[in-house]
Design a protein around this ligand. Structure first.
Ligand SMILES: *Cc1c(COP(=O)(O)O)cnc(C)c1O
Length: 375
């Protein structure tokens, strides 16, 4: 039995005194939100960290995604994946667009470019792929399709903060990339998010859409919402960003220990790093195939008995949610359905002790024999 419960994640926090020092000036300025000093500073720091020219900050990743859809003025249908968090599809639907679900690749759970074109018709306006678990989509193939059909590409990059391919930041892919800075993400601002984008003309639009559509002191041109990041969240981001490389280096050690213990075991599929990719080790997904000797749910239960908490992420498929299942059939995306039925993400965070990783892996592998004993 583990001494203390091991949760699936643990939010990164800066040293307390560092945060206090960062927010001290707010007691002098009394400027708490609406693009204050901390907000500007974090924008600048993120542009440099992510290697982008354009960024807008938001209350959270979801609002960022809704805002970029609004600012681009999209209408019609959108090709996307059902193997994602509710937010991706909800943003599309809440902005009046129709999602068209396309299956994923077995190798990395990202949108399969070979299946995109058959889902496109004359009303398609965009492709919204997801860098699932920080695994980067095949951005070159996706861009080629988008260019051919005149479509926008908006990446849900919520999992891919800091990830690079051949030295190029994933934040530069497509027309725009949405990041989430939620407490559970690799980089957090408590709650928060951002959009990085290629067309500088989007900057004013995004900043207006996130502030009620206000375009000048005496005019409001759009029916916008409120999605502005406040100064306390921005200050948290400034501090967390200083420690991020160190955090990712620690996550790497954790991930490599997991792979050492689990890769090659019969019926177990892990996501190993791709050649040329600088990873962020955001999640530790494991798929339990039918020949593993225990089901995903058996493993989840075995872990729970040891007060270790894994997560069925992503399960159910978005197309199986009560709000979508009348309209969609998840058997149309069999690879996504297969993964959703068999995947667990195991505990993953920078400070997870290596002994705990070994214990988690032992519990996972022992689920095969304990299953035999129980039956
Ligand atoms: C976290 C997440 C979001 C939403 O981000 P929030 O900041 O929580 O609004 C969207 N998509 C994916 C894939 C996510 O993991």
């Amino acid at each position: 039995m583990a001494n203390e419960p091991i949760l699936v994640t643990r939010s990164s926090m800066p040293p307390f005194d560092e945060y206090v020092e960062e927010i001290r000036s707010l007691w002098e300025t009394h400027w708490l939100t609406n693009m204050g000093d901390k907000h500007h500073r974090l924008e600048r720091d993120l542009k440099s960290y992510l290697g982008v020219d354009n960024i807008a900050l938001f209350t959270n990743g979801h609002n960022a995604l809704e805002c970029v859809i609004e600012a681009m003025g999209l209408t019609g249908n959108v090709v996307t994946t059902p193997y994602t968090f509710a937010s991706t599809t909800h943003a599309i639907v809440r902005k009046g667009l129709e999602p068209r679900f396309v299956d994923i690749k077995e190798s990395d759970y990202t949108l399969d470019p070979d299946l995109i074109e058959e889902a496109i018709d004359e009303n398609t306006c965009a492709i919204v792929p997801v860098h699932v678990y920080g695994n980067l989509c095949d951005n070159e193939a996706i861009q080629a399709i988008a260019d051919k059909h005149g479509l926008k590409v908006i990446y849900d990059a919520a999992h891919a903060f800091g990830v690079e391919k051949n030295g190029v930041s994933a934040a530069t892919f497509g027309d725009a990339s949405m990041f989430s800075f939620h407490a559970t993400k690799v980089f957090n601002t408590i709650e928060g998010g951002a959009v990085c984008f290629s067309d500088p003309a989007l900057l004013d639009l995004l900043n207006q859409w996130k502030n009620f559509g206000i375009t000048s002191p005496e005019d409001v041109e759009y029916v916008g919402g409120n999605a502005k990041m406040n100064e306390f969240c921005a200050a948290m981001g400034i501090c967390n960003l200083r420690h991020l490389d160190e955090e990712i280096a620690k996550r790497k050690i954790v991930a490599e220990r997991y792979w050492e213990n689990l890769d090659g075991e019969k019926g177990i599929k892990v996501c190993l790093p791709t050649q040329g990719v600088k990873a962020n080790y955001a999640y530790l997904p494991v798929v339990f195939e039918d020949d593993f000797g225990a089901t995903r749910d058996d493993v989840l239960a075995a872990l729970k008995r040891e007060t270790i908490f894994a997560r069925k992420y992503f399960y159910p498929l978005v197309s199986d949610f009560a709000c979508y299942r009348e309209e969609y059939d998840s058997s149309a995306t069999p690879i996504a359905a297969h993964a959703a039925a068999r995947v667990l993400t195991l505990p993953m965070y920078a400070d997870l002790p290596i002994d705990d990783v070994d214990y988690i892996c032992k519990t996972v592998l022992d689920a095969r024999t304990s299953k035999l004993e129980l039956t």
